[in-house]
Design a protein around this ligand. Structure first.
Ligand code: EPZ
Length: 460
């Protein structure tokens, strides 16, 4: 298992390109299994989650490969099998996004219920209720969702849950509704830019979806949609992560290839904390003239502060002046990063429904453990700000959602080495960041049940 050694204390400074959005690419990749003909996706990042979902699609009779230009090319070769097995789905919850496309295009789906998750309870009852409203027969059998529908019928569907709407649930129902007879109206739909990007992909292929970006989405059912070429939007969560990295290290960072309007709530709170934030077209420039001030916040559905940025903002608040209260309305228990931040000297306390953060002057390097994708990002940022060498273990969490992050941060001054435990134990501290220190590729590959024992799928 890879780990990072992070030598903190260097302000990050320079320009950073932002990769394509993981959370837009995954539902679009899933939907493309239902497209008539070939789909070509640009700006899909090379992530473990993309590799995992591609492996799921291959088990569903779908050809997925990257062409010489880096485009992800997808084409359904057959209409079966229609089973997304536990062995792969447990690796990534977003595999559940194949439910709606399978049901719409093939009339049948058998998808493993996603496994547990470190950020909290993650049911899919809203997905299932929405698909049943379209006329599907939906049952749970031995840990699998078994859904069948000889035909789907447009319906009025509300997707409000106790923590707001459901992003992937909206994606599943919206995609299935493209195959339903008549009109479907989804109320309490998720408004996230990633849902809008999926709708753009579907509409480009002939679907008729309106109300994009609002909580009322209407779909005029047709016989599905054709595969098209589509460029995935930039990753707003990665963008927020990189901006916070710049501020936590007292640096000066400019992001390229972002959509600033996808980050309004995050940029607002950074300004409230005292950061300099300048938007020019598709770039965002930030730096901090001095220590930032604490500002309390609530993570909530778009257009609010994203829950996927909550851990990173909490890390930033550990170095701000004063006290802040953090609440996460989407995943109320998404605070596994707190004890690890405390190991680095942060003064953070779990509180009813959230956390209290008391700013300290600086953090101190320490060995810490990643628990989930965004918590690992928060710990990386904290380590980059702390004097000394920190060790971040279980970076496989990070590889799920950030493409070669250590290399990109190194390009703006970050000192991060990717090692195995054995390499670490054989490496003297003075060698860690010497010029001849070898750079190691992130190593991830996913074997799908079919390919086990033969070719291991390479990262996509
Ligand atoms: C998507 O997950 C994202 N993942 C998550 O990003 C993100 O945190 C989340 O939306 C919220 O914005 C992808 O897009 C691949 P939800 P999703 O359904 O769709 C409850 C990351 O770090 N709920 O919008 O699974 C649920 O428990 C990941 O990139 C139900 O009650 O999240 C949660 O409290 C983590 N019933 C809330 O709704 C349901 O049927 C929002 O969940 C579905 C969800």
């Amino acid at each position: 298992m890879d780990l990072f050694v992070i030598r903190g204390g260097t302000p990050l400074s320079g320009r950073l390109p932002v990769r394509g959005s993981k959370n837009a690419a995954l539902p679009i990749l899933a939907a493309s299994l239902a497209a008539e003909g070939e789909t070509r996706l640009a700006n899909v990042p090379a992530l473990v989650d993309v590799t995992t979902l591609s492996a799921v699609l291959r088990t569903l009779g779908v050809d997925v490969h990257r062409d010489a230009d880096g485009m992800l090319v997808v084409r359904s070769e057959s209409n079966e099998p229609c089973v997304a097995e536990y062995d792969l789905v447990r690796k990534m919850r977003a595999s559940v996004c194949v439910l709606g496309p399978l049901l719409g295009r093939r009339g049948t789906a058998r998808v493993s219920l996603p496994g547990g998750c470190n950020i909290g309870h993650r049911p899919i009852d809203l997905h299932l209720r929405g698909l049943a409203s379209l006329g599907a027969d939906v049952r749970l059998e031995h840990g699998y969702v078994v859904a069948t529908a000889s035909s789907l019928l447009g319906a009025q569907i509300d997707l409000a849950g106790p923590q707001g709407s459901t992003v992937t649930g909206t994606c599943n129902v919206m995609t299935a509704a493209c195959f339903a007879k008549g009109r479907t109206v989804i109320t309490s739909a998720a408004r996230e830019p990633e849902v809008v990007d999926l709708a753009h992909y579907l509409n480009a292929g002939g679907a008729r979806i309106s109300g994009l970006g609002t909580d009322v989405v209407e779909i005029e059912g047709t016989d599905g949609f054709a595969g098209v070429e589509h460029q995935v939007i930039p990753d707003r969560i990665e963008a927020a992560t990189l901006l916070i990295a710049g501020l936590m290290t007292g640096g000066d960072v400019t992001l390229e290839n972002v959509v600033p309007t996808h980050l309004t709530a995050v940029l607002d709170i950074l300004r409230q904390m005292g950061a300099f934030v300048e938007i020019r077209g598709a770039t965002i420039h930030v730096h901090a003239a001095g220590p930032l001030s604490s500002v309390s916040f609530v993570a909530e559905p778009y257009p609010g502060i994203p829950t996927d940025v909550q851990a990173q903002l909490t890390a930033l608040l550990t170095l701000a002046r004063g006290k802040a209260e953090v609440v996460d309305r989407v995943f109320p228990d998404r605070f596994l990063h707190l004890p690890e931040l405390a190991r680095m000297g942060a003064d953070v306390r779990r509180a009813e429904g959230g956390a209290h953060v008391f700013g300290v002057k600086s953090l101190s390097a320490a060995p810490v453990m990643a628990s989930d994708l965004r918590a690992s990002a928060a710990l990386l940022l904290a380590a980059l700000s702390a004097e000394g060498d920190s060790i971040l273990r279980r970076v496989y969490h990070l590889d799920r959602g950030y493409e070669r992050l250590e290399e990109r941060l190194a390009a703006v001054g970050g000192q991060i080495r990717r090692l195995t435990e054995a390499e670490l134990s054989n490496c003297r501290p003075e060698e860690l960041f010497s010029d001849h220190a070898p750079v190691r590729e992130p190593h991830f590959a996913v074997t799908s049940p079919k390919s086990r024992g033969s070719r291991r799928e390479q990262s996509l």
